[in-house]
Design a protein around this ligand. Sequence first.
Ligand code: NAP
Length: 314
Amino acid sequence: MADPIALITNIRADYEARYLDALASAMPNESILLFRNLDSEQRSRVRIAIVANPNPADVAALPKLVWIQSLWAGVEQLVSSLPAKGPPIVRMIDPEMSRTMAEAVLAWTYYLQRDMPTYVRQQRDQVWNQLAYKKPSSLTVGILGLGALGAAAAARLVNAGFNVVGWSRSEKSVSNVRTFSGNNGLTGMLRISDIVVCLVPLTSQTRGLLNAERFAAMKPGAALVNFARGPVVVSDDLLTALDNGHLTHAVLDVFDTEPLPPDSRFWHHPSVSVLPHISAPTDFDTAATVIAGNIAQFRLSGMVPGSVDTARGY
Ligand code: NAP
């Protein structure tokens, strides 16, 4: 009898039920059970756990665990809460998520290119004022992070006619994108970007990456889009850069604390668009298909799919 697969989540009950359904449909020959429904004999045989914000004690209660499949692309919580020498963590890499994120990046880049923040204000104040049209080719979009999501966003922007530059930890070659790496590369990239899109994972290296010094390096009048994780940006420094007009607008999908607390200045700031962490949600069905592929490979070969480098943090 094959070992059961544990689904360990700490998410909305209706989402948990949707994931369980999608996973069961994608893997009809596997037995996928909610962790809380596993008896002790079953727990002792589990080799694979599929997780979303799991309680670390639940993961620790599976003595034969070989690997952990995350339902999320961002794994900073898992990396920081699970033992560094524990079973490898496989994060969600789903082409549908990359497509969704690229769509969100394009949508909000258009929002900024077409001066929507100004027109929103003008409508509120009943002002009829036509701003000069800016072609995509007149704007440079800088993407921080050229991974599964950043690279897809870059390709979508190139296709839409924007100049695209990108920054990553290691040097990279991406078609039609000028690439930068390292600290000097970051400053060089910020200096020429009209819109900066943040898609780096949250690690010890990227926490607080976008601070007062980095905002000062950005072009006067530039805008920021943060679709990665809140703590990559120093919120107070961003508010200062928006208050003094050095940056014109920020589109924020992620925050230090989520949901965004009622007393956050971001809610009412005239130069901020607040989104409730929706730029690229995990798709129940395509994620289940990706996981089914990973598990089938493991069952066949015993090989754990490519996993997170816990020392690097992503
Ligand atoms: P990924 O494939 O691991 O790519 C990460 C990219 O960031 C890589 O290009 C990497 O450089 C670069 N990077 C990492 N650390 C760096 C550093 N210190 N300096 C410079 N570049 C660095 O990750 P992904 O799948 O694209 O996802 C990115 C993040 O998006 C996730 O971690 C998550 O936080 C966030 N996310 C948000 C949502 C949402 O709805 N808002 C949805 C999904 C994911 P190398 O190429 O050199 O390794």
